[in-house]
Design a protein around this ligand. Sequence first.
Ligand code: AMP
Length: 524
Amino acid sequence: MSAGLDSATAPRDGTAPHSVTTLHSDVEELLDALAADRGREALLHRDRRITAGELVDSVHRLAHALDGRVEPGRVVALLAGNTPEAVVARCAVTLLGAGITQPHEGLSAAAQARIVDDVEAPLVLADADAASAAEPVLALVPGVDVLWLGPHGADTDVTAEAATASTAPVRGRARPDAIEQIRHTGGTTGHPKGITYTFDHHRRGAELRRRGGFGGGDAGSRLLVATPVAHVGGSLADRTLTGGGTVVLQDRFEPGAFLAALERERITHTFLLPPLIYRLLDHPDIDRTDTSSLRSLVYGGAPAAPRRIAQAVERFGPVLAQFYGQTEAGGISALSPEEHTRPELLETVGRPIPTTGISIRDADGAPVAPGGRGELWVRTGMEMDGYWKQPELTAATVVDGWVRTGDVARQDADGYLHLLDRVKDMIVVVGGHVYTSELEDLLMEHPAVRHAAVFGVPDDDGTETVHAAVVADFPAPSADELTGLVADRAGDMYVPRSIEFVGRIPLTGIGKTDKKALRAELTG
Ligand code: AMP
């Protein structure tokens, strides 16, 4: 191996040098599964239906075309949406032992450019299908090498090169301690937080997920992915393809198109963030869509309102399962479909999965008394390898093998976890704290409230005032009716100073409530 490669794979934080042994990585397992059943329908996107054989050939062809242009140990940036090209590119890059980062399309061009810059990407792969989104990002990172996936003027189209390349399998070059993936959270301002996984870690995480009972997507399962493949949707797609199923990719979540695909493609599995479930329930097509093929609707990634989840159970049947996890920490807890038949459990995020240990601690890191509230610390065995180039932040977040989740929680006597808020979203008011998720759930208990979001605005005295935005049915309840409900149930401290009735709560590219955007919209 050349000295150049060694230095390229050396960790930037000065920790132990990389080993040169390679491992049979997740992507090889995925490709093996595709090659074993070439005729199966693997990936559906718009009007394309791609078989497992075509998919595995495309990955090897692209890996041949990228060979020598992608170095093991370096991180390639992928500017792409939810397309087969993005899936193929990610597989080809990781097969060659390099890492990948795919900024969410929903981020601004400046935020995506900061990510490309931050990971020191020697190469950007840009999907020609998303050229208008990629071009402004590329304009901000001059000097970086760019290869286009698809035709883009006179620029190099690596997909065209790959079309004539060999389909002979490329042997995986993954080294256990080289970076496989960096996923970014935040990044709308300042230094993006890059959550880093090595090949080895990712693999061990996959093993634990299997043992934790999250399934691998069995043969015959048909997964609909309408959330970014760079987030949970992509991990589930990989598991479905490896397990023998079919993945239907949509460019973005649009409730009408989602319902249509559900019926047309006889979808069996899907994943959604709670606000997206609310949009499905509120869509006029919900009553005329045949959703009887659905066997599993997993939701998570953001707080879910019990009343709205109960509605979803009523509409979709006993197929809802909640998952609580975090990019930094991995899987934490789950609420099974059977548990969804007990309304009181919908107020919880379920019980810790068998392989996860939890501890609820006060601000000094000392465990609180049983049943008490505090920050949730977890040990999952599938936590990140650290934040990219931010050793202090990593040390503050992963302490003695425990990940500090930044979530405020309590565990009840039956072992169920109740999530109250993100520590940073909690609103400090005169006399205490307001937990925003708790207040949102309360507002959504009103039968006419479809969605609610709560945020704090700094006051002159160092505290904050509580504000809410509400999407309601017509005729909408009055603000007084809602504040009355809050005062009755939670006390005056929880009563918002203002309640705005809005047409829609802004969501991030992933589908979480975008509190920053909301605050900016409502407070100017
Ligand atoms: P991310 O790493 O972007 O997936 O965000 C993880 C965060 O989303 C967690 O720390 C929680 O604050 C929130 N979250 C994830 N799953 C759930 C859930 N089931 N219920 C409530 N909040 C959740």
